[in-house]
Write a protein that binds this ligand. Structure first.
Ligand code: G6P
Length: 609
């Protein structure tokens, strides 16, 4: 969640920190702050609201210096106001930025108050600053004192620390929340995400769980949780083809929706050949392992969970392997039964989602055969901790509401399914049909994007609505869930999704002329049943918005608003039918004037549980 950036350099650092904060704003955007040492004093500036508020304040009250830390916040403890914004200080000379939650902060807070420390915020972070002040009374080595404090903290965190009496040092730590060190020439940086630091370097050290680091302009020392000095493993960041700016588009979300044909293609490249699927997705040595898989357990959160739900339909139908899907925060705390030879699949755009990572660690203890991450970020924690990975090629996704990450996850999951299925006797005609269909998928998505104006018209009917219902059947049910999630995330319209067969078991009671019912109606074998469900909605005065196959025989009539979509292989319908639902939410949100890319209360990367 929150974003951390820090710098130690010969040049002025505040502009670097501010640019880093802008790039990290997707992680949280309720307040922002910066502390910079000017050679004599540690000066701090904080503002409630977005990074722009801080930038405006810096315009009239600049911070100068060569050592600094900065933060964008997503509130956990304490309201999103200026007094709770980071950095937090102990006295005038020590500043801390923090991402995560300190679970045992209340005990420390009471003890520190007894010792005379005065708290000026409601955050858990402030105890870290005071604990460090306290430790420095007995230990004059700042890094040693910092490590003593870290050893006392329970919970998940990433930290950055500076002290005016140690102007040549920038300290950081990682336990449960991501942190990288950006390596420069005579200057070094820290950040929650390499994206924040690509403005200044493309060489990174990814801290491992429990690592701390002491960074100066010329040197970097990393120690593990036991305090042992680690060899430095500097990795060069691989730039994708997508840029991280908005280009001609009004919002990142719209840009990312329109990037889908290209990124789906990139995700399929090298994995889908002419008429056949590549079964060597993970190399020779892993193939034996994949052949012994007898069950699949998928774990994810949010949109990624919906991708997993679709994959269950595919894996059971095509590969004939039992597949379970569960939300990570449920799986990790539940007593589960791991079937023999279970492949444990995590799906995550960021690779840093706290619950998904924790579930992976739990699965290892529960005896999964192997772990496989479907992920969009190469150096992420999830990728590093999994046995195997299948990377999506979505490029940076900045809009908080996930779009291209989802369709590339689905594309990768179809590749995985076909690869599992092929070694288990997939019919070669079906293999050829599906690989051909995958080859045409980017062009079909392009055709759907060309319908965006028509979707924009449909959106005008929603602008004043408070509630909505999404219906789908089979593998299109998770797509209805994803459509509802998109709409609620960015337009704040209450949206619920149901498998259409459940309509009579409750939701029909809500249907009247004020309740738009959005239906995904492809041309598959469940179409006739879905048509009956639509009749039931119409009979109660509900207005239907139907995304239908052009050959489904569903035409515009009273109470029906139809958007015809191109024909595609039924197994790929979930990917294609996602796109108009993304566009619909986008245009509804634009009409309602919400903050499309940074919807209220949400964050892109959820690194706290
Ligand atoms: C947040 C994001 C969603 C995302 C979910 C899971 O809620 O706003 O867009 O689907 O986290 O994130 P992950 O990075 O694990 O896919």
């Amino acid at each position: 969640m929150c974003g951390i950036v820090g710098a130690i350099a010969a040049r002025e650092v505040s502009a670097i920190l501010l640019e880093g904060q802008r790039r990290l704003e997707y992680r949280g955007y309720d307040s922002a702050g910066m502390a910079v040492f000017d050679g004599q004093e540690l000066n701090r500036l904080r503002r409630a609201g977005k990074v722009q508020q801080l930038a405006d304040a810096l315009g009239s009250d600049p911070l100068h210096g060569h050592l600094g830390i900065a933060h964008t916040r997503w509130a956990t403890h304490g309201q999103p106001n200026e007094r709770n914004a980071h950095p937090h200080m102990s006295g005038e000379r020590l500043a801390v930025v923090h991402n995560g939650i300190i679970e045992n902060y209340a005990t420390f807070k009471a003890e520190l108050k007894d010792k005379g420390y005065v708290f000026t915020s409601d955050t858990d972070t402030e105890v870290i600053a005071h604990l460090l002040s306290e430790a420095l009374k007995l230990e004059s080595d700042l890094y040693a004192a910092f490590r003593q404090v870290i050893n006392q903290l329970e919970g998940a965190f990433a930290l950055g620390v500076i002290h005016a009496d140690y102007p040549e040092l920038l300290l950081c730590a990682r336990k449960g929340s991501p942190l990288v060190i950006g390596v420069g020439m005579g200057e070094n940086f820290i950040g929650s995400d390499p994206l924040a630091l690509l403005q200044v370097t493309d060489r990174f050290i990814y801290l491992n769980e429990g690592d701390t680091a002491c960074v100066s302009r010329e040197q970097i020392e990393v120690r593990n949780a036991r305090g042992e000095v680690q060899a430095l493993d500097i990795k060069r960041y691989e730039h994708g083809t997508q840029s991280a700016d908005k280009g001609q588009y009004k919002h990142y979300m719209l840009k990312e929706i329109f990037e889908q044909p290209g990124v789906i293609q990139a995700t399929l490249n090298g994995r889908v050949g002419k008429g056949e699927i590549n079964t060597q997705l993970f190399g020779d040595s892993a193939q034996q392992l994949m052949d012994s898989v007898q069950a699949v357990q998928i774990i994810a959160c949010g949109t990624s969970y919906h991708a997993g739900m679709v994959a269950r339909y595919w894996i059971e139908e095509l590969a004939g392997i039992p597949c379970q899907v569960e939300i990570a925060s449920e799986y990790r705390y539940r007593k589960t039964i791991t079937l023999p030879n279970t492949l444990f699949v995590t799906i995550s755009q960021s690779g840093e989602t706290a619950d998904t990572l924790a579930a992976l660690r739990v699965a290892k203890e529960r005896g999964a055969l192997a772990s496989l991450a479907i992920c969009n970020v190469p150096g992420s924690s999830l990728v590093r901790e999994s046995d195997l990975c299948l990377m999506t090629q979505a490029g940076p996704e900045i809009g908080v509401a996930s779009t291209k990450a989802f369709t590339t996850q689905l594309s990768a999951l179809m590749v995985l399914t076909l690869s599992l299925a092929k070694t288990r006797g997939l019919d070669s005609t079906l293999e050829a049909e599906l690989t051909d269909a995958l080859t045409t998928l980017p062009a079909k998505v392009e055709e759907v994007l060309a319908l965006s104006q028509r979707v924009e018209q449909l959106a005008t009917h929603f602008a004043d609505k408070q509630h909505s219902l999404f219906l789908g059947r089979g593998a299109l049910y998770p797509i209805a869930l994803e459509g509802a999630l998109k709409l609620k995330e960015i337009s704040y319209i209450h949206a619920e999704a149901y498998p259409a067969g459940e309509l009579k078991h409750g939701p029909l009671a809500l249907v009247d002329s004020e309740m738009p019912v959005i239906t995904v109606a492809p041309g598959n074998e469940l179409l006739e049943k879905l048509k009956s469900n639509m009749q039931e909605v119409r009979a109660r005065g509900g207005e239907l918005y139907v995304f239908a196959d052009q050959h489904a025989g569903i035409e515009d009539q009273e109470g029906y608003h139809i958007l015809h979509l191109p024909k595609i292989h039924p197994l790929l319908e979930p990917i294609l039918y996602t796109v108009p639902l993304q566009l619909l939410s986008y245009y509804v949100a634009v009409i309602r004037g919400t903050d499309v890319d940074q919807p209220r209360n949400l964050a892109k990367s959820v690194t706290v549980e």
